[in-house]
Design a protein around this ligand. Sequence first.
Ligand code: CP3
Length: 369
Amino acid sequence: MWRDHFLGWSRDHEREKTRSLSTSEVGSPFLNACRGKSVPHTPVWIMRQAGRYLPEYRKIRAEVDFLTLTKTPELAAEVTLQPVRRFGMDAAILFSDIMTPVEGMGVALEFNPGPVIQTPIRSLAQVDRLRIPNPEEGVPFVLETVRILSRELPSSAPLIGFSGAPFTLFCYLVQGQGSKTFAEAKGFLFAEPEASHLLLEKLAQTMACYLEAQARAGAKALMIFDSWAGLLGPEHYAKFAFPAVQRMIETLRPLDVPLIYFPNQGASLLEIVRDSGADVIGVDWRVPLSRARAILGEKIAVQGNLDPTVLFAPRDELGRQVDGILREAGTAPGHIFNLGHGIERTTDPDAVAFLVDRVHEASKVRRSF
Ligand code: CP3
C-alpha cells in the first residue's frame, strides 16, 4: 500500500541524505537560511507544491473530495510527501488550507474549488458568536497529520506548519468567497470598524493557538499567509491588518521556531512589514529581492520570488531566470528560493524538477567562488 511505500521511502531517503552530508553541513539548509546562517546551497521549496499539477495528487483527489483529504491524516501526510519525494525539496509544507481552522470557530465552510462561506459575516452579533477553539478539539486531524509527518519526513526536509493571516481570513469570512477586489470585505472595515477589529482579534488569537499547536506537534517552522495584504494601502494596512499579525508573532516568539510572514503584493508595505518580528519575509515577484533586502535589513531573511509563469518557459530561459533570482538575492546568507506565489495548476512537473536541481547546483557554484 502507499503507506508502506512512503514510510520505506522516507527512511531510505534519510539514510542517503545523512551519508552525503559532511559533519560541517549537518543541519537543515532551510532552517539555517531562515535563521540567517550560511548554507551549502540555497534551500528551495514551492508555494502550493502539493496539488493538482501533480498526477499522483490528482489520483488521490479522484477518490476523495478536498475537505475529506484535509481531514484524513494519512492521506494529508501522503500528499504532503509527494512533492518532496519527487523533487527533493528542502522543506515540506503541511497539506491543509488556510480556511480549515475557521470551521472550529463555528463557520460552515465548503470548497468550490476555493473556499465558500455559507453565511458571510456582516454584523457585530455574528462576530460575537464566534468561538476561539482549542486546536486539539477543533482540528485534531491537522495535529495528527503533523505528528505523522514529523516522524516520517527526512531531517533534510523539515515541516512548515501554516495559517492564514487575520486580514486574509477576514476577507473570505466577510466576502463569503474569493473575489478580485474583496470590496464587501474591505467596505466592512470602514462601515463597521468595531466589529472588524474584534473579528481580526479573534482570528489572531485562534491562528496563534493553531500555529502553536502545530509547533508542539512537530512543525519545525511556521508560515503566515497574507494573500490579500496588497489590497490595502499602507495606512489601512497599518491600521487594520498589521497589528493582528504582530500580535500573532509576539505570541509565537517564545516557541523558538522560525516564523515566516508572506504579505502578498506587499511592495508598498515592506517598510511596515520590517517591524513584524518575523524571521523571514516572503516576497512576491513584483519586488526585486535586492530591493526587499535593502528595505528589510540584514537581520531578516527573504523567501521568493520567481514568477510562477516562468515555469512555462523553455528550460534555458527558466535556468537564466532562476540564476537571475539567485543573483538578486546576493551572496549574504538568508535567502530561501521559492516562487513569488503559488504554482499554477497547468505546470509541467518536469519543469519543477529542473528548477529544484538548478537552484541547488547554481547556488553551490556561486558559493565556491
Ligand atoms: O502545497 C501547499 O502549499 C500546501 C497546501 C495549501 C493549500 N492551500 C491546498 C489547497 C496551502 C498552503 C494553501 C493556502 C491557501 N489556501 C491560501 C494562501 C496561499 C495563497 O495561494 O495565497 C489561500 C488564499 C487559500 C484559499 C484557497 N484554497 C483557494 C483560493 C483555493 C482554490 C484555488 C486553487 O488554488 O485551487 C483553495 C483550494 C485548495 N487549497 C486546493 C489545494 C491543493 C485545491 C483543491 C483541489 O484539489 O481541488
